[in-house]
Design a binder for this molecule. Structure first.
Ligand code: OOG
Ligand code: NI
Length: 466
């Protein structure tokens, strides 16, 4: 069978994320410094917390601790989004979730391309937060038309990369040699270009409309704008950045520090100002600078049910209306303490989170339960099985993103730490049309994982329900 000679998409993703990490570290030395800080903090945390070390070892996570968890790009056209979906599919990454950032003053909407099944997530969880510029949000009609014209003329993929994508689609995969070549070709799309495709004058006009528009339209391709490793203690990394010459954003996005980590906490260092050679045009041959690239860290917790997510959204929005963080990070300390105070209303014990239906868990039959099943009929309800120690439950990790947090990461790297609050508005249908496929519903994925684990565990315990 031909398929036996194909390299598994998870392996291709690992080749890709490794190549991206190497490229980004050489392009942005400060990112290498952040990686070192993260490694030091993780080592210190593990040395202090034996239980955590044991859990990570049990789940086979220690070896991959320092592997990047995500990166981000910003695309300019529907066609680019359509093709990037095909490129990521070769690596086992599929669009999950829809994020409308325009409501937070960022003219994009986004999805995350990520592995979906448990085994793939365990092998390599690398994902790419992918945004599509919404040109229709540029008010100046002439500028909008010019931006569209510039974008229509660029090709962000190499010819060979698209050939290999088509080959993979037709035959069902790539051989190891083809996969190597594919990764090298795909990497070209994410590379930094110190040479802009527009003059400084055009760049400035785009920049005045929105900094992000200039970032997307002025360059040959969608340079990767950050990579994000996982930390075991995000507060320690945030606090440790200045001593290593890194300027962190003002506040950590997401929930406050807790015993039972929920969803996702993130922080980043500010984007760097980099020299750009602009195109000489109509006597304009000035050079300039652009800020786009930064480094981020993340710490993930349990996935919340719709009920849990509603509570999270309410508490977050309350804290944000209590204290507004200003442009230069003023009030950051007050915000963090207000956030912690508000979140006291969010149960902070696993058993409570489960009992109140606030979070998703992975169930498994315990040794004790399997042995008991041989001797007697087990109790009928899940709660009773849990109580008796026959059924155990572990948190399902949140693998997605948070729109308010993402907006905060964007804002901080567009030069302001100001928090903007939002109302609801979305253009998902248009996004999916450009993508050429629906995005998967992340909550449905967690619910299905929980249900599968519970069905299996109950079957192993002799289906006491029946
Ligand atoms: C993406 C910002 C969002 C995250 O982790 O929430 C993001 C960008 O700046 O392009 O990466
Ligand atoms: Ni990010």
């Amino acid at each position: 069978m031909a398929s036996q000679t194909f390299l598994h998409p998870d392996e291709i993703r690992t080749l890709f994320s490794t190549a991206m990490s190497r490229m980004y570290r050489s392009e942005v030395p400060q990112y290498g410094t952040l990686m070192e800080l993260v490694a030091d903090v993780n080592a210190a945390t593990l040395a202090e917390d034996g239980a955590l070390r044991e859990t990570l070892t049990r789940h086979d996570e220690l070896a991959r601790l320092s592997v990047e968890r995500h990166g981000a790009i910003r695309l300019g056209t529907a066609k680019e989004l359509f093709d990037i979906r095909r490129v990521f599919a070769v690596m086992g990454m599929f669009p999950v979730g829809y994020y409308d950032l325009s409501v937070a003053g960022v003219p994009v909407h986004s999805t995350a391309f990520r592995p979906i099944d448990d085994a793939s997530l365990r092998r390599n969880p690398f994902r790419v937060f992918t945004s599509l510029l919404r040109l229709e949000l540029i008010e100046d009609e002439a500028l909008r038309a010019e931006a569209a014209r510039i974008l229509a003329g660029r090709r962000i993929f190499t010819v060979r990369a698209l050939e290999l994508v088509a080959r993979s689609e037709m035959l069902g995969g790539l051989t190891p040699d083809e996969a190597q070549e594919f990764v090298a070709e795909a990497l070209e799309t994410f590379r930094w270009h110190a040479k802009a495709t527009v003059s400084l004058g055009t760049y400035e006009k785009l920049h005045d409309a929105h900094r992000l528009i200039a970032d997307v339209v002025s360059f040959k391709g969608p340079h990767i704008n950050h990579l994000t490793p996982r930390t075991l203690d995000i507060d320690a990394v945030q606090a440790g950045m200045p001593a290593r010459g890194i300027t962190p954003k003002a506040v950590i996005e997401g929930p406050p520090r807790r015993n039972c980590a929920i969803l996702l906490r993130q922080t980043s260092f500010k984007a760097l100002e980099e020299s750009i050679e602009f195109r000489a045009e109509n006597g304009d041959d000035r050079d300039g600078t652009h800020t786009a690239r930064f480094g981020e860290i993340e710490q993930r917790g349990i996935a919340l049910t719709p009920k849990g997510r509603r509570l999270y959204d309410t508490l977050l929005s309350d804290a944000r209306s209590d204290v507004r963080v200003g442009q230069s990070g003023a009030n950051a300390g007050d915000y963090q303490s207000q956030l912690a105070a508000r979140f006291r209303a969010f149960p902070d014990e696993w058993s409570e989170l489960r009992a109140q239906g606030l979070a998703y868990f992975r169930y498994s039959a315990t040794e004790h339960g399997l042995a008991a099943r041989q001797r007697k009929r087990l109790p009928a309800s899940v709660d009773e099985l849990v109580q008796a120690g026959f059924l155990r439950f572990d948190p399902i990790v949140y693998e997605d993103f948070l729109p308010v947090s993402a907006a905060g990461i964007f804002q901080s790297n567009l030069g302001t730490d100001e928090q903007q609050n939002y109302g609801e508005r979305s253009n998902r249908i248009e996004f999916e049309r450009a993508l050429g496929a629906p995005v998967q519903d992340e909550l449905a994925l967690y619910a299905a994982t929980e249900k599968r684990s519970l069905d299996l565990a109950l079957a192993q315990l002799g289906d006491p329900h029946l």
